[in-house]
Design a protein. Structure first.
Lengths: 809, 164
């Protein structure tokens, strides 16, 4: 037999399982232009929808006149809130327990808000008709500052005022002002205040993480097709959570869930932007139900940036205390969170500020307190995790800035300050002061490796020399060394803690082995570029001993895939990856019984070895998984059902806690504000590594998003609530020219509770990257007295920082 | 809107004749009239390059060109660059070096890269980065795209040398 001449190593390599930099199976289609994204879908008779949007950030809608639009040849319908009201669809629930207008119901709360939906025979006619819809507005005072909003007499959400004298509670408890959404408190307030009052040193700072946007290259869109003959609705769309969308559509439309098929085709990047439910999805569904033909809605880039889910916009006021030799004793944070006109954050229900309470970071901080106030303003709703796990980026940026500020206060080296405060390896599992149980970590090892790799001591010496040269007039460039050690919390989550709209955040995998020894596995997640079709097959290959190349992975069709909560918050590997391994183990358990029968020994007398079961102590006697698969279908085995299938729904016992050490070395031109990234070193520990090539690619991509956010990307408003950054001319996406090369590295600390020890990596580089870039800018100016400046650090702001510090002479 | 123009286009070696409104964008002609959905719409303002095609030997962003402006032109899209049985070196190289993730920018990226390597068969890393700066990618951070293009250039040059 051919197998007999193969070494065990050959057999392992042949599987292309865990740890293999397997080339991606997705790429053949994508490189030949044969992807299938939502705008590629073309159904017979399909109509096109387009929105009339508000030019004002806050206004009453006095009247809408669609006569001229309806008179245009090719226009089929113009839908307004009045048309949706009888169906109960003029408002929809948000993921945060609030509700949101689908189409303007009497007023608008942000620029670009959807006012009417035009349906026409093609996109050009629809766009013409949008221009012909006459809307009369009455402007109202605009609130774009959350601090002012909490003091203002201007009420943004009259619908939440209630009938009595007192404000009704919101979804997350009492509200203290009509523009206030919630207060969320975690930790021990009194103890923290006492620690701060008794501390040797307290550093205090306001850390602002500006408003930005995930901006995937493909915008959001949907195609709804209501088949009136069989009563079935098929909805294609850019959904990061197709099953959740199916349930929500069923709940709000009244169509039974078995009559709804949601399909996420190929998705052109998500980064959190495609988690939420948007007015366009609802309107395409309603329009298809009304017209009886398929209706497509695809937004343009300006609509995407102005109206679909933004990220961040957190004002984080912090105090951190320490002994005089640098041991941190307490952390206090109050965050003012600007949520825009509706609370449409995508967070698990019990966490209105997501996992912001991971803000003690990688440090052993015995006492801490966090409070967050959510506020309504006249900005677009959202607050999604832009390549992060529910506000972890905000938390990581906050603590990594506070550490730097504390280092300044203590006149200490920031690397050393981190080192003496890290949670030690022997402290895991570690209970944080704000309620998390960190599963595993080895921060000191990662940190020392990172510092050594970049030659930290020499860099500091070079920097000191540079400062002297600058002061002596020999150079106009400063050198910044940006340090970050971040801890992520991903893989939401244990169902007991984490649900969205009541849907528990487990995930799933269903496997069918075919008689000839190949397989198909379907999952409740959906790839948006992460390469699931490649990596999940690798997990399975190692579990069931069939080559990854013989395993098809399918996701995104709710008629065929098992129920799951989708892909965001780095949860695919920690949750669906675990389900995949567990389902694989069920396959293996049955295969073991079949093998034992075929080998005529007891079940316990065979053991799994790479791609086969062997008789213990007699390795020449074995049955390969391929042989077992054939027997499972074609041989009558007493007491065993035919077939080889398994399904697993995995509810993780805990989150996973990936971590990393990033160092950015940056040159800054004091006179132009320009920067040059000389070196970026990224060490990631994501536990067991499934596909090193894909991990490295994820890190490169996440770092580039972090570069954009830290150095130039923002959604900015003027005082009238006009979006100033609505196109890619103003909204910074780095090109190949601005983007540096990165050096990646790793340590490997497997998660103790995950079946294969994997922790997830996709979002780490965004979480750790932003503070690394920002700290580099701050560090360059540390010698000249800079404590804190706000991102994004574009050329103008850096120039202004230098100017404010008196460095322009 | 009956003001239609008689348009002739050669796309990927095939002739097409049809009537179109002069305002029809070339990207919509390609995607919706000719069903060539490889080129994508990412921004509609010429910034992202997902719609990049080759027109009469030049890289062009087809989302900001009217079909009327392309009348009579020869157009090449990703669909005309390689075939399943004969992939372009760049298509192989992007897979080999993990030069793509979500795949949305990839057709424009490879179409532009193919032109870049015709313009400059032996580019430096800096020249690749500059020459590709009109094509945005949100997933890869470009490092592996640059690697893919440099590797493809080396391979094309090796083939050329061997032929000489």
């Amino acid at each position: 037999m051919k197998d007999e001449v193969q070494t065990r190593e050959d057999r392992v390599a042949g599987l292309k399982g865990l740890g293999c930099s397997r080339k991606r199976v997705e790429d053949a289609r994508f490189t030949q232009g044969k992807g299938n994204y939502v705008d590629d879908i073309k159904l017979p008779g399909m109509l096109h929808g387009d929105f009339v949007r508000s030019p004002y950030a806050h206004a009453r809608v006095v009247s809408i006149n669609a006569e001229a639009a309806l008179a245009l040849d090719g226009v089929v319908a113009v839908i307004t809130a009045k048309d949706l009201e009888p169906l109960g669809l003029h408002w929809m629930p948000t993921l945060a327990g609030d509700k949101q207008m689908v189409l303007a119901d009497g007023k608008v709360l942000f620029q670009g808000q959807e006012v009417a939906f035009v349906v026409a025979k093609d996109r050009y006619v629809a766009a013409d008709a949008v221009e012909l819809v006459e809307v009369e507005y009455e402007e109202l005072p605009v609130l774009t500052d959350p601090f002012e909003a909490l003091k203002s007499d201007v009420v943004l959400r009259e619908d939440l005022l209630g009938d009595g004298d007192t404000l009704p509670d919101g979804a997350h408890g009492p509200r203290n002002h009509p523009n206030h959404i919630f207060t969320w408190e975690v930790g021990d307030k009194d103890a923290t205040e006492q620690v701060l009052s008794e501390a040797d040193v307290v550093a205090e700072e306001m850390v602002y993480y500006h408003r930005t946007h995930p901006c995937p290259l493909e915008t959001c869109g949907s195609v709804a097709s209501m088949d009136k003959v069989n009563g079935k609705l098929t909805l294609y769309g850019t959904f990061q959570a197709p099953h959740a969308i199916r349930t929500v559509v069923s709940l709000i439309s009244g169509i039974e869930e078995h009559n709804i098929r949601v399909i996420s085709p190929d998705i052109g990047g998500g980064f959190g932007n495609k988690v939420g439910a948007y007015a366009g999805y609802v309107c395409s569904v309603v329009a298809s139900i009304v017209t009886g033909v398929p209706v497509k809605w695809v937004e343009d880039r300006m609509e995407n940036l102005m109206t679909t889910a933004f990220a961040r916009d957190y004002w984080m006021k912090g105090k951190i205390s320490a002994t005089k030799d640098g041991k941190i004793t307490g952390l206090w944070c109050h965050t003012t969170a600007d949520h825009g006109g509706f609370d449409a954050c995508a967070d698990p229900t019990k966490f209105p500020a997501g996992f912001m309470n991971i803000c003690t970071g990688s440090y052993d901080i015995p006492t801490a307190f966090l409070s967050v106030d959510g506020v309504y303003t006249n900005k677009a709703p959202g607050g999604v995790a832009y390549r992060c796990s529910f506000r972890v980026t905000e938390a990581a940026y906050f603590i990594e800035r506070m550490i730097e500020v504390l280092a300044i206060e203590l006149n200490m080296d920031a690397a050393e300050l981190r080192r003496i405060n890290f949670i030690r390896k022997d402290q895991f599992p570690y209970q944080s002061a704000l309620g998390w149980e960190y599963d595993s970590g080895d921060y000191h090892t990662a940190w020392d490796k990172a510092l050594e790799s970049v030659g930290y001591e020499a860099l500091r010496a070079e920097q000191a020399q540079r400062v002297e040269d600058f002061k002596a007039g020999k150079t106009r460039k400063l050198l910044g060394i940006g340090l970050t050690h971040f801890t992520e919390i991903v893989g939401a989550g244990p169902v007991k803690n984490c649900d969205i709209l009541g849907l528990g955040m487990f995930d799933s995998c269903e496997i069918r082995i075919h008689p000839t020894g190949s397989a198909i596995a379907r999952l409740g997640t959906i790839s948006q570029g992460q390469g699931h079709a490649t990596t999940f097959a690798q997990i399975l290959a190692s579990e069931i001993g069939l080559p990854a190349d013989s395993i098809t992975i399918e996701e995104g069709d709710t008629d065929t895939a098992p129920y799951g909560l989708g892909t965001y918050g780095s949860r695919s590997t920690p949750v669906a990856g675990a389900a995949t391994a567990m389902a694989g183990r069920k396959i293996r358990a049955k295969a073991q019984m079949i093998a034992a029968y075929l080998l005529e020994v007891h079940d316990n007398d065979v053991e799994f070895d790479v791609d086969r079961f062997v008789v213990k102590g007699a390795p020449e006697r074995f049955k390969t998984m391929k042989e077992i698969a054939f027997a499972a279908y074609n041989q009558a085995i007493p007491g065993i059902e035919p077939g080889l299938e398994a399904v697993s729904y995995y509810d993780p016992p805990n989150m996973t806690y990936p971590f990393g050490a990033y160092i950015c070395v940056m040159e800054i031109d004091v006179d132009t504000g320009e920067h040059e990234i000389r070196q970026f070193y990224a060490l990631d520990d994501c536990g067991t590594r499934i596909n090193p090539m894909i991990i490295e690619g994820q890190v490169h991509g996440g770092l580039t998003e972090a570069l954009a956010i830290a150095m130039g990307q923002e959604i900015a408003y003027d005082e009238l609530g006009n979006v100033k950054t609505g196109t890619l001319m103003d909204f910074f996406l780095p090109t190949a020219w601005e983007t540096p090369n990165y050096t990646t590295d790793h340590t490997e600390t497997p998660s103790p509770h995950h079946p294969i020890g994997a922790k997830g990596v996709g979002e780490s580089p965004n979480v750790g990257g932003v503070p690394a870039f920002s700290n580099a800018v701050h560090d360059a100016f540390r010698a000249f007295g800079l404590r804190q400046s706000h991102m994004p650090h574009d050329h103008w702001r850096i120039w202004k920082t230098a100017n404010d510090l008196g460095l322009h002479g | 809107m009956s003001n239609k123009m008689h348009i002739k286009l050669n796309v990927n070696g095939e002739d097409h004749e049809f009537l179109a409104e002069p305002r029809e964008l070339l990207i919509h002609t390609l995607r919706e009239r000719l069903n060539l959905t490889g080129p994508h719409v990412g921004c509609e303002t010429s910034h992202c390059g997902a719609c990049t095609v080759t027109i009469d030997g030049k890289s062009v962003k087809s989302c900001t060109m009217f079909v009327a402006q392309a009348n009579g032109a020869e157009v090449t899209t990703i669909e005309g660059i390689g075939s399943p049985d004969a992939l372009h070196v760049l298509q192989e190289s992007f897979r080999e070096h993990h030069g793509l993730q979500c795949g949305f920018c990839t057709p424009g990226m490879i179409t532009r890269a193919s032109k870049l390597l015709e313009e400059n068969p032996n580019p430096t890393e800096e020249e690749v980065r500059f020459g590709m700066a009109g094509n945005l990618c949100r997933c890869t951070g470009y490092q592996n795209i640059v690697k893919s293009i440099l590797a493809a250039a080396a391979e094309l040059n090796a083939v050329k040398e061997a032929a000489q």
